[in-house]
Design a protein around this ligand. Structure first.
Ligand code: PEP
Ligand code: MN
Length: 351
């Protein structure tokens, strides 16, 4: 496979650009374009390097054509040295201010979801996480409410105004999930589900791409490149722990990945210390460490009564624990000079 990056002339017209893309398709090559300050960037790839190179050399509208050695040119830091900001609803992710995403592992009942949503919003959360399609190790575990749960997500968003983050497991669910959620999560088990990534790219909606359980950073950035290569720049990464020999925690939260990703890529990165540790008691210290390491925010599981949660109660914070964590993260964000973390808490009494 040969990959080339070409820069067009500043004054290229739409017709001229379309003409280049038509001719590239005939090579046959694939291509994705991005507007730049000085025209368009074209990333194009084909099985046959010489034919593609010859086609690119023919066009008088290209000012620079370079073979690309990286397998993730669009995700690479060089492509956008200043870093990307991905907007989820009205919430910017990656602008320096750390975001806090909180909510239950799974939607259970409308009452419990609303109770959680109201409490996390009052404590300053920026978005509500909640699963209705749950990938579980055992076929006999609770797999979420499925499509029936989506109305609850819409109600929670309408009631609290919080953007909704939820996992999508199957391409057949994309339209209905996109209707109920603002940030579409690709879970660890699906990081290399390339069909799902490609279809999600076509929606143009923000995607939260969690790191696979045994994926290297390189594989993870290549998975992100699938979304970008198919035209979706609204990609947020999420480190959620990897599988190691260590058994004291559910996973090993790889905080190395935060500065590594920041070095290699312009994409925002969140950290999920709930799945990364598997135990409530470790979530606050690892959330603090994530922000100190430079993460663009954290995503944590919260349940009003973790002991009764239908999934992941062992790693869920209760409502007062989350309120304390949000207060501490706010102080840490300010100490790091990264601005206000989460809204000031509303003056409500938590049980
Ligand atoms: C989740 O967020 O509830 C989840 C299942 O995450 P992961 O894919 O990281 O295991
Ligand atoms: Mn979970």
């Amino acid at each position: 496979m040969a990959v080339y990056v070409a820069q067009t002339r500043d004054d290229i017209t739409d017709t001229q650009l379309q003409d280049i893309l038509t001719r590239l398709r005939q090579v046959p090559a694939k291509a994705t374009t991005r507007r730049t300050r000085t025209g368009f960037l074209i990333v194009t790839w084909a099985e046959t390097g010489p034919l593609l190179e010859a086609e690119l050399a023919r066009s008088e509208h290209l000012v620079r054509v370079l073979p690309e050695s990286s397998s993730f040119p669009l995700a690479a830091r060089e492509y956008r040295p200043e870093g990307s900001v991905v907007r989820v609803g009205a919430v910017p992710v990656g602008d320096g201010r750390p975001v806090i995403i909180a909510g239950p592992c799974s939607a259970e009942t409308p009452e419990v979801l609303l109770e959680t949503a109201r409490a996390v919003r009052a404590a300053g959360a920026d978005m509500l996480r909640v699963g209705v399609f749950k990938p579980r190790t055992s076929p006999y575990s609770f797999h979420g409410l499925g499509p029936d749960g989506l109305a609850m997500l819409r109600d929670a968003r309408a009631e609290t105004g919080l953007p909704i983050v939820t996992e999508i497991l199957d391409v057949r669910d994309i339209d209905r999930v996109a209707d109920a959620a603002d940030l579409l999560q690709v879970g660890a088990r699906n990081m290399q589900n390339f069909t799902l990534l490609t279809e999600l790219a076509l929606t143009g909606r923000p995607v939260l791409l969690k790191r696979g359980l045994s994926a290297t950073v390189h594989e993870w950035l290549n998975a992100a490149e699938y979304l970008l290569a198919h035209g979706n720049d609204h990609v947020i990464l999420c480190e959620r722990g990897i599988r190691t020999f260590e058994r004291a925690t559910r996973n090993t939260l790889d905080l190395n990945a935060v500065p590594v990703v920041k070095h290699l890529s312009h994409l925002p990165i969140l950290v999920d210390p709930s799945h990364g540790t598997g135990a409530t008691r470790y979530v606050p210290p690892m959330s603090a460490a994530a922000l100190a390491a430079g993460a663009d925010g954290v995503i944590v599981e919260v349940h009003p009564r973790p002991a009764q949660a239908l999934s992941d109660g062992d790693q869920s914070l209760d409502l007062p624990e989350f309120a304390r964590l949000a207060t501490n993260l706010r102080a840490i964000g300010e100490a790091l000079g990264r601005g206000r973390v989460a809204a000031e808490p509303e003056l409500v009494e938590l049980a």
